[in-house]
Design a protein around this ligand. Sequence first.
Ligand code: NAD
Ligand code: UDP
Length: 317
Amino acid sequence: MRVLLTGGAGFLGSHLCDAILADGHLVVCADNLLTGRSENLVHLSHEPRFEFLQQDVCHTFDPGKIDYVFHFASPASPVDYHEHGIETLQVGSTGTINCLELAKKCNAKFLLASTSECYGDPLEHPQKESYWGHVNPIGPRSVYDEAKRFAEAATMAYRRYHHVDTRIVRIFNTYGPRLQINDGRVISNFMKQALLGEPLTVYGDGLQTRSFCFVSDEIEGILALSRATEHLPVNIGNPHEFTILECARLVLQSTGSRSTVRFEPLPQDDPRQRRPDITKARALLGWEPKIDLLTGLQLSLEYFRAAVQSRDIEAQT
Ligand code: NAD
Ligand code: UDP
């Protein structure tokens, strides 16, 4: 297959490039480098089955004949989508429609990277795919949440009206090597702070929860869904739930750091709890995550050490 992957220079996209190439396919990566980095793809610069297009997917473009579209382009961390609010709305709406049009034109399959943020600050716990969510449509997170909810609606509409063969993955918090060091997400912040010996910034009382999935597990789940025929959303994430304070403790354990914790204000509309119900993914795809949080942090340590060092070198020059 010739696969179009949007957002391929980002954290998840670059791992997906590697996995799709390893499966024997060709990859055309379209990315405008808004939050991604060409360094994530540098190891593919001599790969003849890989092509990079520096392209904003909000503008129409012609990647040639394609068999599958994986639409991953979008700022993803709260810091990034607050900084690029309008761009986030645009890539979720116009960008998604453009990618669906390409899939329609090429008779290609289509997979949308959606998110647990579609559930907002959930009143149902854990979150099943059947839950419609509890989203503030005008709050600071709405640029991301509503863009992704629109993207899901557009994907379902192209299936209903144009018979595009679609899939929707609802991704829960994922971490691992290539997570951008300055994207403000909790794992990147804590790892950076722990390695620099700075206090770990816990927002609010730290009793809010998240469930963290290691990137190799996440990519396996996404690929399993891409091969299946299910068109309704499927949660892919790790169902083991941690408070943010527990997460801080594990980061200190994995790094051997003696950093302290500093409490800071909780951002507006920060979801109080989040945990995927993955019954559907287990039954449908025979998938489940294998790597626990402490192991995943240890597997990420070398990457974060190098990222912190190169950030320091950049700051000095
Ligand atoms: P990331 O910021 O590392 O990657 C996103 C990529 O999209 C970047 O390379 C960026 O340059 C690119 N991009 C943004 N706007 C674009 C545009 N208009 N045209 C072309 N490229 C554009 O983020 P990530 O964590 O790798 O997330 C990838 C996808 O997965 C996103 O759609 C995100 O919403 C979804 N997701 C991620 C997580 C997670 O925990 N990492 C959780 C839920 C959903
Ligand atoms: N968080 C924190 N300290 C940080 C960064 C994040 O306490 O330095 C909290 C944040 O308030 C949220 C959780 O960690 O409750 C996860 O935040 P992240 O930005 O990683 O992703 P989210 O799941 O909110 O999209």
